[in-house]
Design a protein around this ligand. Structure first.
Ligand SMILES: NC(=O)c1ccc[n+]([C@@H]2O[C@H](COP(=O)([O-])OP(=O)(O)OC[C@H]3O[C@@H](n4cnc5c(N)ncnc54)[C@H](O)[C@@H]3O)[C@@H](O)[C@H]2O)c1
Length: 438
């Protein structure tokens, strides 16, 4: 038991749910977390630089599909959740959770500018007894090498005057089974007191908390998880290319292999990596490893294979059109699903954008259907989503399933006489000489 009054006071406020929680960054990660804290009875303020988002929250409207309208508006109506752009209000928070973006620069180096700006705002009003937690995915060392010195620059000491931890966010947008509440939360503090406070906070909100010995371990956990996915997707993408050459159905191979009850986990090929995590996070790790003179060969190789997948999809489109003696140039190609994954509208790093770009360079006339993405900007032009039935009525020369949203009518697709390139095995169990699987 600590004799530090800053620590004791904080633990007590968390235990009694009197801690006021500020969540900075109200996107895919921050909003579900803020709503969950509010649901558990905490008083929550959501901070964002985007006035639209804070306005929507205050109006009780959810703009993130995984956050239910009812839960959000209940929390707002009960006065337990509000959105604000006034960063000065961070002064009155007991806990501050930072969930801002961590993208890559054009050079593929980490872009910590959002984290730095958020931490500057926290540092400007830092008070004794506050707990600051970084949730944004980042390289090992960010919390103790970047965040801690910024917060200590005004004379307070981490783990004594204020508390600092890293806890990676593992939320999987669109996942019906796992959400903020039932995904175990990994927590590592800059010291024992910080770790204890952060673990207590999450224990009040999520089902399972896993404490690790440091912020660096917690940071590395998240990068291992996402690098594991990137590398295995690279392996299975390579296998797909190999199976095509050998005239073996890679999907059938994976389905049979996954019947092994141990030692195998299925990964699936596709048109390329998408989203804000898998294509980006391994680069955070390899960038940091290079500072230690270490080259991450698996990461580089998987990156090379995965980033070549859109080219491969276009080759399959060329192959499909070739069977009816048509070139890509001048053909009407319709993309089915453009979001980076099933049943979400998130376009970040979506491989469909690369497929569009490559097809356009080869002279294809393009259109798309995606109920989650009403518009997209491509080559300086805005494309509007067309509903799939109308798109099929217009008889495109070829349709490419880039994202297998549940709501698409795949039977109608197969009964149309369009050539179909299926990058997701959405047409499994359906046979037709017009189907070209990845
Ligand atoms: N989206 C996911 O599935 C996912 C899953 C796990 C981890 N992550 C990680 O979580 C972090 C956040 O990702 P996201 O998907 O929620 O991003 P997002 O873009 O959906 O949301 C980030 C929010 O932060 C706000 N913001 C940016 N700078 C700010 C500042 N200085 N002050 C206040 N608000 C600011 C933005 O306006 C935006 O609303 C990233 O590090 C990401 O890698 C994301």
């Amino acid at each position: 038991m600590t004799s530090n009054p800053n620590h004791q006071g904080l633990l007590e406020r968390i235990r009694t749910r009197k801690a006021r929680i500020g969540v900075i960054g109200l996107g895919y990660v921050g909003l579900p977390l803020a709503v969950e804290f509010a649901r558990q009875g905490f008083d929550v303020s959501g901070f964002d630089v985007d006035e639209f988002k804070t306005g929507e929250i205050n109006a009780g409207r959810s703009y993130i599909p995984d956050v239910s309208q009812a839960e959000l508006s209940d929390a707002v109506k009960a006065g337990r959740l509000r959105g604000t752009t006034r960063m000065a209000d961070l002064a009155s928070m007991d806990v501050i959770d930072i969930c801002v973006p961590t993208p890559l620069r054009k050079t593929k180096d980490p872009d910590l500018s959002y984290v730095v700006r958020a931490v500057e705002a926290v540092a400007a009003t830092l008070k004794k007894g506050q707990l600051v937690i970084l949730e944004s995915t980042t390289y090992p060392g960010t919390t103790d090498e970047v965040v801690q010195p910024m917060l200590e620059s005004r004379g307070m000491t981490a783990d004594v005057d204020f508390f600092l931890a890293f806890s990676p966010e593992r939320v999987d947008p669109g996942n019906q089974k796992f959400n903020t509440r039932n995904i175990p939360k990994v927590v590592g503090g800059v010291g024992v007191a910080s770790s204890e406070a952060a673990a207590l906070l999450y224990a009040s909100t999520v089902d399972t908390v896993v404490q690790v010995s440091s912020t660096r371990v917690a940071e590395m956990v998240k990068l291992l998880e996402n690098t594991f996915r990137a590398v295995n997707i690279g392996l299975v993408n390579e296998l797909a290319l190999m199976c095509h050459k050998m005239d073996i159905d890679v999907w059938e191979v994976i389905d049979a292999a996954k019947t092994k009850p141990f030692g195998f986990m299925p990964f699936y090929p596709g048109p390329g990596l998408g989203g804000h995590c898998i294509p980006i996070d391994p680069s955070y790790l390899s960038w940091k490893a290079r500072q230690y003179g270490f080259e991450c060969r698996f990461i580089e190789l998987a990156g090379t294979i995965n980033s070549a997948m859109p080219d491969y999809v276009v080759e399959r489109v060329a192959e499909a059109l070739n069977t009816v003696r048509k070139p890509i140039n001048g053909s009407r190609v319709h993309l089915i699903g453009v979001a980076y994954k099933k049943d979400v509208g998130d376009m970040r790093e979506s491989p469909a954008l690369d497929v569009l770009e490559l097809l356009s360079k080869r002279g294809a006339r393009l259109s798309y259907s995606d109920p989650f993405v009403p518009q997209l900007v491509h080559g300086g032009h805005t494309l509007e989503s067309i509903d799939l039935t109308s798109a099929l009525t217009a008889k495109p020369d070829c349709a490419v399933i880039c994202t297998d949203h549940t709501s698409f009518d795949y039977d109608a697709l197969v009964s149309s006489d369009t050539l179909l390139v299926d990058t997701r095995n959405a047409l499994r169990n359906r046979q037709s000489p017009r189907i070209f699987r990845l």
